[in-house]
Design a protein. Structure first.
Length: 230
């Protein structure tokens, strides 16, 4: 009788642990993004800037749960920097230094071999853009956004492909962020999945549309990253 009780206790603890594990899931990723930058000011009579390629780290963290009707949450963050090839007295004539963060609430529409998420949230953009040495545009915006993600797993290979896009617009400001990637899971266990990924990302930012201060920015390029799912 004693072995039977021990077996029941073990199975009970296992079921409890499994239920706890299913309550909360955390996804995290970090990417090394190598991007080129286009900076234009359509209304300016001065020559447009030629920007140098740059690079930086981007990261995201998502928390998912099984509670119906309550959205999952995700934060996605990038630090964007770029300097012009032109300089004046040793100072770059154009400089970009921006902090870019997405705050996302989303729902899992599909979660199997094919996955799909849809949601909404806000984009936070802050920092400054220096043009022609003396003209500084201070940027501080919070813009409502729409969000979507889709992916497909290739069975028995550890490979998957995915795409993610978001769009935000308010008054004269508009931001589009899109990326596509290929991922390989080199750890796939009950407790954690870890994968390496390669992809391409385009971030298009438009500020002060139609005014003399209208500024357009585009960051685009490949990235390498690591993603973990607990």
């Amino acid at each position: 009788m004693q072995p039977f009780k021990i077996l029941c206790l073990t199975l009970g603890l296992g079921a409890f642990s499994s239920a706890q594990a299913d309550l909360i899931a955390v996804k995290g990723s970090i990417d090394y993004w190598n991007y080129s930058t286009d900076l234009t000011q359509p209304a300016s009579p001065l020559p447009q800037a030629q920007m140098q390629d740059d690079h930086g780290l981007s990261f995201s963290v998502a928390v998912e749960h099984p509670v119906p009707f309550l959205p999952n949450a995700k934060i996605k963050h990038s630090h964007l920097q770029a300097d012009s090839e032109q300089s004046f007295a040793g100072v770059n004539s154009h400089q970009v230094d921006l902090t870019y963060t997405d705050f996302i609430l989303y729902y899992e529409v599909l979660d199997n071999i094919v996955s799909a998420d849809v949601g909404f949230g806000a984009k936070r953009l802050s920092g400054d853009i220096v043009q022609n040495v003396t003209n500084t545009l201070d940027v501080s915006s919070t813009i409502p956004m729409l969000y979507a993600q889709a992916g497909v797993k290739l069975p028995f290979t550890g490979l998957s492909v995915g795409a993610e896009a978001s769009f935000a617009a308010l008054n004269d400001e508009q931001i589009t962020d899109a990326q596509a990637e290929l991922k390989y899971n080199f750890i796939d266990s009950v407790l954690v999945d870890v994968g390496a990924k390669v992809g391409y990302r385009i971030l298009d930012i438009q500020l002060e549309e139609g005014s003399n201060a209208e500024t357009k920015l585009k960051f685009k390029g490949p990235y390498l990253g690591v993603e973990a799912h607990f």
